[in-house]
Design a binder for this molecule. Structure first.
Ligand SMILES: [Zn+2]
Length: 203
């Protein structure tokens, strides 16, 4: 559920183009993406401790009855927020979803190397679940439908299929980069500096 902006802030015409704001905690650890509405609400309620971004977005509100001046509030592309569990905070480990799995593996089938659209890909359990394999990041790879069918309920060795890459658990920061398609340069730099060396993202 999205929270409405403070009542004295109008929805600006630029809203659809406003990118997501990267929220970090007071230690500087990235914690999630928040909408500009939440960013403005955080700023208005005094929860922004520091502004760390290179980009600034200004939102205009109504005119003050006292001074006649138009109210405005600006937020930067990266905000350090005080307090626990602001809206949009990420869990500490990224949840296993097909969308994120396919992105981790660059939409490449682990067995034949072909690159396909998401609807032509499947989540393959290296050790099949029916043989005790876990439904977890290190036991799953992206496979095209024909390869998944060929492998069936066998391990790659038993199916005589070679794996072209090794699965890994994406870091939460990697998951955050993958989730935001309109990431800004400063936000990317901030998150990229925290990625593990084995990340498969091209930066
Ligand atoms: Zn394949």
């Amino acid at each position: 559920m999205k929270s409405p902006p403070p009542s004295n802030i109008e929805t600006p015409a630029v809203a659809p183009a406003t990118p997501l704001i990267l929220a970090v905690d007071v230690t500087g650890a990235p914690r999630g993406w928040i909408t500009w509405q939440d960013a403005v609400a955080s700023k208005a309620s005094g929860r922004v401790e520091r502004e760390l971004g290179d980009f600034h977005f200004t939102f205009y509100g109504g005119h003050s009855r006292l001074t006649g001046e138009r109210s405005s509030i600006s937020v930067s592309s990266i905000l350090a927020l005080r307090g626990r569990n602001p809206r949009g905070w990420e869990p500490l480990a990224p949840a296993l979803t097909n969308a994120l799995l396919f992105q981790r593996d660059r939409h490449l089938c682990c067995y034949c190397g072909s690159q396909k659209r998401p609807d032509l890909l499947t989540r393959d359990h290296i050790i099949p679940v029916s043989r005790g394999g876990a439904d977890s990041w290190k036991n799953v790879v992206t496979a095209c439908k024909p390869c998944n069918q060929r492998k069936g309920a066998k391990s790659p060795e038993r199916a005589g299929m070679m794996m072209l890459y090794v699965p890994y658990t994406p870091s939460i920061y990697e998951a955050m980069i993958l989730r935001n398609r309109k990431i800004l340069a400063d936000q990317m730099d901030f998150l990229a500096s925290l990625l593990p060396a084995d990340s498969r993202l091209i930066l």
